[in-house]
Ligand binder design. Structure first.
Ligand code: HPA
Length: 258
């Protein structure tokens, strides 16, 4: 399978790829910048994009999620692994831990969140029973465990609109609803991927305890610092998982029931 990595906050460089070329892809939703490169022993090209732009200039609510996913699909990508920075709502998920979400709660408000706008193509309701590929999660978890990198397979990702951080009251509510981690970019990315029949999973890195659970106010600087401390772990897990991620595995993600 052809695989793409979408890098989130703190994951900008593509040094892990060889023979990198930069491609700007035109889509019906706008342009998307995609890097294409090679990894030894992997037959197909591997793609990389950063959803915030390579200079981190695009905030979560202004990311062109549709152009990004559409561009990857048009390049023949079949499986996507995305990284995100998250705050933790769960005392067991400490900063520095990776979480492979298996469910999400969507609290975004004003984003282009679907490819399906009715009209001639009809009304489409995409199944979200299993939004995150179980095979990819298993591979990522196994690779992390073999290297003693803390990683939880399963967790509920709460997506907020941002770009502000949450209030402690919101975090208390999200905890009551079963949320484990909170971030600003996981939705609609996962939804759009599923609509396109892409197999999709997320590696979320916990950078902080969420608002009200930590003693000090949150800063973006803190998020960036903890990301920087752990980016080597993320890269290790992704790179070592890639060979198995190019295998189909037992994943049913590309059969999209509607
Ligand atoms: N909230 C939302 N997004 C985040 C956080 C947070 O606490 N940390 C990193 N991304």
């Amino acid at each position: 399978m052809i695989v793409a990595v979408i890098g989130g906050t703190g994951v900008y460089d593509a040094q892990w790829l060889e023979n990198v070329t930069e491609n700007t892809i035109d889509t019906p939703y706008g342009k998307a910048l995609v890097l294409e490169g090679r990894i030894s022993h992997i037959h197909d090209p591997v793609y990389f994009m950063n959803r915030h732009g390579l200079d981190h200039s695009v905030p979560p609510h202004l990311v062109n999620y549709r152009a990004n996913l559409f561009a990857l699909r048009s390049l023949g990508v079949e499986r996507v692994v995305a990284t995100t920075a998250v705050g933790s709502l769960n005392v067991d998920f400490e900063p520095g831990t990776m979480v492979l979400a298996n469910q999400f709660l969507d609290f975004t408000k004003a984003r282009a969140h679907t490819f399906h706008q009715g009209g001639p193509t009809g009304v489409v309701h995409t199944d979200m029973t299993e939004p995150y590929c179980p095979y990819s999660r298993h591979v990522l978890q196994s690779v992390a465990a073999a290297r003693e990198i803390p990683c939880h397979n399963g967790g509920v990702y709460v997506a907020t609109e941002g770009p502000r951080f949450e209030t402690p009251a919101e975090i208390r509510a999200f905890r009551l609803l079963g949320g484990d981690v909170v971030g600003m970019t996981g939705v609609p990315e996962v939804v759009l991927a599923r609509e396109l029949g892409l197999c999709y999973s997320t590696v979320s890195l916990v950078t902080n305890f969420a608002a009200g659970l930590a003693s000090a106010p949150l800063t973006h600087q803190e998020v960036l610092e903890v990301m920087a401390q752990n980016v080597a772990h993320l890269r290790t897990v992704l790179l070592n998982a890639l060979p198995a991620l190019t295998e189909p595995g037992d994943c049913q993600c590309q059969r999209v029931p509607t």
